[in-house]
Design a protein around this ligand. Structure first.
Ligand SMILES: [Cu+2]
Length: 460
C-alpha cells in the first residue's frame, strides 16, 4: 500500500484498524467522546430517545427519535461558522449520528466504518462541525440494522440540517420542510417469486421488508393540519426522503414543481416538472407557485402509498371541501433535465463498480449486495490521491434501484445511461435497474470516506 495515498480511505500508518476490529473505535477518541461535554454548553443538543407518536387517529408508532420529534429539530446553521452539537443517547444500544451532505472530517462524520466513535448507552458525544457546503442537508442515525428492522434507519432518527450561506437559488414567499418516512416495517418471506403490488418495483423473492404506514413529517395523509397556502404565493418545498429502503414519487395536481436544488445544491437548469422522484437519502428543493385555488392532495402517485399515508393536504385560503387527487401523466424520471447538456471535465482516473446481488450468506435472511464482488468488511480500499478528480462508474447489474451515497464529498453526475451531463452536484444518486450512472468527485477531504447504497438492506 502506498502510504502517501488516500483511499476513499486514507488511514495511513498502522495496520488498517478497520481490518482488525469490528469497529475501529480509537480508544483515546472514545475517551474524548465520553468526556466531551465540557462546562461550556454546546450550541445545539439532541437526545436520542424512545417515544410514541400518533401518526393518525389511533395509530401509534413506537420508535426512537431526536428529542422525541418527527422529524428531529430543524438545525439551521451558518456556512463556515463552527458549531458544537451534543448528542445524548438514552437508548439501550449504541448510536451514532451522520451529518449527511456535509464535508466534515471522518471523526465527526458519523460513520463507524470511517472511524467515527459510537455513542454508548447513557453517554453524550460532542460533534464539532464546520457547516459546509450551503444547502439542504440532513442528519440521521448510521447504525446498521441488519435483520433487526426495529432499529437504525427504520426508526424516526432523522431531521433537516440547513446550512445557510449564499442566497438561496429560488425566489419564494414561504418555506416548508417535509420529511417522508415509512413506518411499521414487517419481514415477509416470499416462498415463490411474487410481482410487487406496485408494478414499478421488481419482483419480490425471499425475505422482504414491507411497510404499513407512511408520513410526511409526523402525520399520515389527512391526519395532520393541512398545509395552508394563499393564491399567488410561491412556496419553497424542502423535501427529504428519509426512508430506510423505498424510493418515492410524488405529485400535486394542478401545480408544477420548479426544481431549484437537488441534495441541497443549485441545479444548472431550473426545470418545472409535474412529478418528483426522490430516492432514499435524496433531497429536492422545489418552488411551487400556488395558482390553482382549491383543496388538493400532495402525495404519492401510487394509490396504495397514499392509503398508507404518503401525502399532505394543501388548502388554499377561503377554500374547503374534500381534497382532490388527479393522476399525473406518467413520465419516467430524468435527472438530465436539471443539468447542463455538455460533457464534464475529464477525470484523472476512472473506477468501475458493478453492483450485484451475490446471494445469501449462510443463515442470513437478506441477500448480500456487493460492489465488484466485495461486501463490507471484506473489501479492498479504493485509494485516491489528494486533489485529483476521480470518476466512479456505478454499473447497476441488478433488477432493483440503488441510491448511491458518497460521504464527506459532493459529486458531479456526469452520465445517466448514454447521456452526458454537467453541473448536477449531488451526494446521493439513484441508479435504476441495469442502468449505468457515472459520477466525478475531487478527493479534497482526506480521511476514510464511505461509499454505500443508502437502501438499508443493501447497505447492511
Ligand atoms: Cu442498493
Amino acid at each position: 500500500m502506498n502510504r502517501r495515498s488516500f483511499l476513499l480511505s486514507a488511514s495511513g500508518a498502522a495496520a488498517h484498524p478497520l481490518l482488525t476490529s469490528a469497529f475501529p473505535v480509537k480508544s483515546s477518541l472514545l475517551y474524548a467522546a465520553q468526556q466531551s461535554p465540557s462546562k461550556v454548553a454546546a450550541d445545539h443538543s439532541l437526545t436520542i430517545k424512545p417515544c410514541t407518536i400518533e401518526i393518525s387517529p389511533g395509530v401509534n408508532i413506537k420508535t426512537v427519535a431526536y428529542n422525541g420529534l418527527i422529524p428531529g429539530p430543524l438545525l439551521r446553521l451558518r456556512q463556515g461558522v463552527p458549531v458544537t452539537i451534543d448528542v445524548t443517547n438514552e437508548c439501550p444500544s449504541e448510536e451514532i449520528v451522520h451529518w449527511h451532505g456535509l464535508t466534515t472530517d471522518s471523526f465527526n462524520d458519523g460513520a463507524m466504518e470511517e472511524g467515527s466513535p459510537m455513542i454508548p448507552p447513557g453517554a453524550t458525544l460532542r460533534y464539532n462541525l464546520k457547516p459546509d457546503p450551503a444547502g439542504t442537508r440532513w442528519y440521521h442515525t448510521h447504525v446498521m440494522a441488519g435483520e433487526n428492522i426495529e432499529i437504525g434507519p427504520y426508526t424516526g432518527q432523522y431531521g433537516f440540517l440547513i446550512v445557510d450561506g449564499h442566497k438561496h437559488p429560488g425566489h419564494y414567499d414561504h418555506e416548508v420542510f417535509l420529511a417522508i418516512h415509512y413506518w411499521a416495517p414487517e419481514l415477509l418471506l416470499m416462498k415463490n417469486v411474487v410481482q410487487a403490488p406496485n408494478p414499478k418495483h421488481p419482483p419480490m423473492r425471499g425475505w422482504h421488508v414491507q411497510y404499513k404506514y407512511a408520513t410526511m413529517n409526523q402525520h399520515r395523509l389527512g391526519a395532520g393540519e393541512p398545509l395552508r397556502v394563499k393564491h399567488g404565493q410561491r412556496v419553497l418545498l424542502r423535501l427529504l426522503n428519509a426512508n430506510a429502503s423505498e424510493n418515492i414519487e410524488i405529485a400535486l395536481p394542478g401545480h408544477t414543481f420548479k426544481v431549484v436544488a437537488m441534495d441541497g445544491n443549485s441545479v444548472p437548469n431550473q426545470k418545472e416538472v409535474e412529478v418528483l422522484s426522490i430516492a432514499v437519502g435524496e433531497r429536492v428543493d422545489a418552488i411551487v407557485e400556488m395558482k390553482s385555488p382549491g383543496v388538493w392532495i400532495f402525495g404519492s402517485t401510487d394509490e396504495d402509498e397514499r392509503q398508507m399515508g404518503l401525502g399532505i393536504v394543501i388548502e388554499y385560503a377561503g377554500k374547503s371541501g374534500k381534497p382532490v387527487w388527479v393522476d399525473p401523466k406518467p413520465v419516467p424520471w430524468d435527472y438530465t433535465q436539471f443539468a447542463s447538456n455538455a460533457p464534464a471535465q475529464a477525470p484523472a482516473e476512472t473506477i468501475v463498480l458493478s453492483m450485484k446481488n451475490v446471494g445469501r450468506r449462510k443463515d442470513a435472511k437478506f441477500a448480500t449486495w456487493a460492489m465488484n464482488g466485495m461486501a463490507w468488511p471484506d473489501i479492498e480500499y479504493m485509494k485516491v490521491k489528494y486533489g485529483k478528480r476521480y470518476r466512479l462508474v456505478f454499473k447497476n447489474d441488478s433488477d432493483t434501484d440503488h441510491s448511491m451515497h458518497l460521504h464527506r464529498h459532493t459529486f458531479e453526475v456526469v452520465t445517466i445511461g448514454d447521456r452526458q451531463i454537467k453541473g448536477l452536484m449531488k451526494d446521493c444518486v439513484n441508479t435504476a435497474p441495469f442502468q449505468t450512472v457515472t459520477i466525478d468527485f475531487v478527493a479534497d477531504n482526506p480521511g476514510d470516506t464511505l461509499l454505500h447504497c443508502h437502501m438499508a438492506q443493501h447497505a447492511d
